[in-house]
Design a binder for this molecule. Structure first.
Ligand SMILES: [Zn+2]
Length: 481
């Protein structure tokens, strides 16, 4: 690639989305790209993994309309205030102006909770846990980037209702556990869950907990967030149930939104290198590519062996392909390295006759020889080895990006290294907003919040980095996408 990931990440990212054919930017709709097969095949696998885990944990899928009547969107005041500037509206049916305009869903709380008010009557209807996999639209006014920020993107939204606050709080922890199991352990993307400051929570939520990840340039990107909605929406939408004493109670609610499209951006950015993508084994559209190396005189023996090996791997349940195109072996290597295929098997005349195959790993750039009879066992082992290697490389980077500062000068200095800088701060309630705004204006750092469930407390005498009042919390700050 022309651009180097560690020198000019931003250009590297754009280049890789084009070179690996992940999206086409020529749709002529600003902020909306065409997602190409190589990307979509992986995103569908990501969806499948997430959906299976949600269902294992008691969620059920549903599909709600993409259009939300304006009156419904307006029902929860903080919610509509938070979203209205980014709503795309449908105003006409044919050439007739609609009596009421419809929002193209920017998120689906309002339409889903209207239905919940009809579905939830008694304790027998709770908990209610439903998710939908869909795309949403937000009229972004800041610069858009494929997979990172767009006016159209693909996500999952899970919406849960419970009889008690405790059950809702447990669901928030459950959402975090799911994020750990999937995004970190399977996709290799480390994160830290922060309780967002009150001025930066999801519009309409009591509290927002968001997983912050890092890009290779040290900037923060927000991944799944889970929201404790409390009873704010149940009161606005009249979601009530009869409790055991015959009294009407409002439901307690949570919602969780892993954005598959954006997590895919983290996968590209985290694992890729200057030769292209490096796909986690479980997400690769093609997991093993066979590259035959032959001349006219030995083509048949190499071809037969290649197809035989392909058949064997396919029957073992892996996704495998043989590249019999006209290109040279060198350009085939280049192509499949760019696409991030985890394992390459080279088969020439020597391999065809000896039954000893050469395996090249994309994640470690290592090669090893394996007997044909042990090939399937080897691949089976490698899928776990590759997963662990990607997770541990990503973790090493992530862990190295935590710093401390106790003055604004120190903060500015530490921010140059990228990542998270821990600072003593007055408050993450609304009264801390002014300090956060000032810190941002002076240093470009966003205050991300306090780590979930953390018991780190500033020592006696430590003071807010801006106003100098006694520090109540340590917050983490950094530059964000
Ligand atoms: Zn302060």
């Amino acid at each position: 690639m022309k651009n180097k990931k560690n020198e000019n990440f931003s250009e590297w990212f754009t280049e890789i989305t084009q070179e690996a054919e992940l999206c086409d930017l020529r749709s002529e709709i600003k902020g909306m790209v065409v997602n190409m097969p190589w990307a979509v095949m992986t995103m569908k696998k990501m969806y499948a993994i997430y959906e299976a885990e949600l269902e294992r944990r008691g969620h059920r899928p549903a599909l709600f309309p993409a259009l939300i009547p304006e009156s419904l969107l307006n029902k929860e005041s903080e919610h509509v205030e938070g979203f209205v500037a980014n709503v795309l509206w449908v105003t006409h049916g044919g050439d007739k102006k609609l009596e009421e305009k419809y929002a193209l869903r920017p998120t689906s709380e309002t339409i889903i909770y209207k239905m919940y008010s009809l579905w939830i009557q008694g304790l027998k209807d709770l908990p209610l846990k439903i998710y939908q996999s869909c795309q949403v639209w937000r009229y972004e006014t800041s610069a858009t980037r494929p997979f990172i920020r767009g006016r159209e993107f693909w996500w999952i939204e899970a919406h849960d209702a419970f009889a008690t606050r405790e059950q809702a709080e447990q669901q928030v922890r459950d959402d975090m556990e799911m994020t750990e199991l999937i995004m970190h352990q399977q996709f290799g993307i480390p994160f830290m869950f922060f309780q967002r400051p009150q001025w930066d929570k999801f519009p309409g939520a009591e509290n927002t907990y968001a997983a912050d990840c890092l890009m290779p340039d040290g900037k923060i990107v927000q991944q799944p967030s889970t929201h404790m909605l409390g009873q704010k929406f149940s009161k606005a939408f009249d979601i009530k149930f009869m409790d055991e004493n015959g009294k009407l109670q409002y439901a307690w609610q949570t919602c969780y939104g892993p954005c598959i499209w954006r997590i895919y951006a983290s996968i590209i950015a985290q694992h890729g290198d200057d030769k292209g993508l490096i796909m986690p084994f479980a997400l690769a559209p093609v997991q093993i590519i066979i590259v035959p190396i032959f001349k006219k005189e030995n083509e048949t023996v190499v071809r037969d062996k290649s197809y035989k090996i392909k058949q064997m791997i396919m029957q073992a349940g892996f996704r495998v392909d043989v590249d019999f195109s006209e290109q040279t072996p060198g350009s085939k290597f280049y192509k499949w390295e760019m696409k991030g295929v985890p394992i390459r098997i080279e088969i020439g005349e020597k391999e065809a006759n000896s039954g000893i195959l050469t395996l090249a790993r994309r994640d470690s750039s290592t090669k090893e020889q394996v007997e044909e009879s042990k090939l399937i066992a080897k691949i089976t082992d490698l899928q776990e080895t590759i997963r662990k290697n990607l997770v541990s490389k990503a973790d090493d980077y992530f862990i190295s990006k935590f710093f401390n500062a106790s003055t604004k000068e120190e903060l500015k200095e530490q921010l140059k290294k990228g990542g998270f800088v821990r600072i003593p701060f007055c408050s993450i309630d609304v009264d801390g907003k002014e300090c956060a705004d000032e810190v941002k204006a002076e240093t470009v750092a966003d205050v991300r919040g306090v780590p979930f469930d953390s018991n780190e407390k500033p020592k006696y005498g430590e003071r807010c980095i801006h106003c100098g009042k006694p520090a109540k919390v340590y917050v983490y700050a950094g530059r964000q996408y």
